[in-house]
Write a protein that binds this ligand. Sequence first.
Ligand code: C2E
Ligand code: CA
Ligand code: CA
Ligand code: CA
Length: 279
Amino acid sequence: AKNEGRNCFKYFSEELTRAARERIGIEFRLRQAIENNEFRVFYQPQLAIGSGEIIGAEALIRWQTAGGELIPPLKFIPIAEETGLISNIGNWVLKEACRQGKEWLDAGLPRIRIAVNLSTHQFLHSDICAIVANTLAETGFPADYLELELTESALMKREKEAIDILNRLHELGTHLAIDDFGTGYSSLAYLKSFPLDILKIDKSFIDDIPMQNDDMEITATIIAMAKTLRMQVIAEGVETPAQMAFLSSRNCDFYQGYFASKPLPADEFAAFLRQHVPD
Ligand code: C2E
Ligand code: CA
Ligand code: CA
Ligand code: CA
């Protein structure tokens, strides 16, 4: 048994070293990736549950290395966040999404909102209001079409400061969404003090509908309470007709998920937007 323990430890420390090495490698390559333009933005449609109309798109970053390797965001966003590199990367995504949105508006495509993720670091450690204002001015994208997605942790870190920033982003004319709702520690009562327009129900609550009664009850409660706070609700990670039927029965406003489409490269998303006829 002693030996087993030792093997276990050896295995564990090798794993740690491997993980640490991978991290350092990714941090190094991230710095190069910014300079070498290895990032792209994909767009995932958001649809109205009643009409099937496309009402928006979430901008999601993709990293394709020079060697052709595709690195998923969950592998590098946390590292970018810890090293502060996220501000450069996030500001680039914001600008690219606004540039693309303006191009689609000018091309006469159906007018939709584009949602951009703001990390905690971007939100609290940079002058995000000036950055957003400058980006809108530079790209000519109207503020009314820009939605900013924030997480509970970004809002909870420094509450007063967060509310102040949200108010200023509102004054610019942007829409504000809370992302991954239900995965943090904030209650809906707490949410009341923040000027937010849209609530995104985390995918983890949607996944096991209709098998899990608890998840259905939580989802229904979140929808009802968000409505009381006059927020619109988007369900994330919707994949099946049964999930759609349930969300529709509870008057959820919008959905996003593989049921409609995976995130798409810009040209494929534009084609989807052109072809999509509401049911
Ligand atoms: P998120 O903001 O919650 O984005 C939704 C994620 O769920 C996306 O993963 C999307 O592809 C995935 N998804 C959507 N519908 C479905 C579905 O029906 N089934 C399944 N299995 N997955 C679905 P993705 O693109 O891999 O992004 C992961 C996370 O990385 C994002 O989660 C977000 O936290 C972060 N991220 C991505 N782009 C950015 C960015 O530009 N800035 C920041 N700060 N974070 C980003
Ligand atoms: Ca998001
Ligand atoms: Ca989310
Ligand atoms: Ca998520």
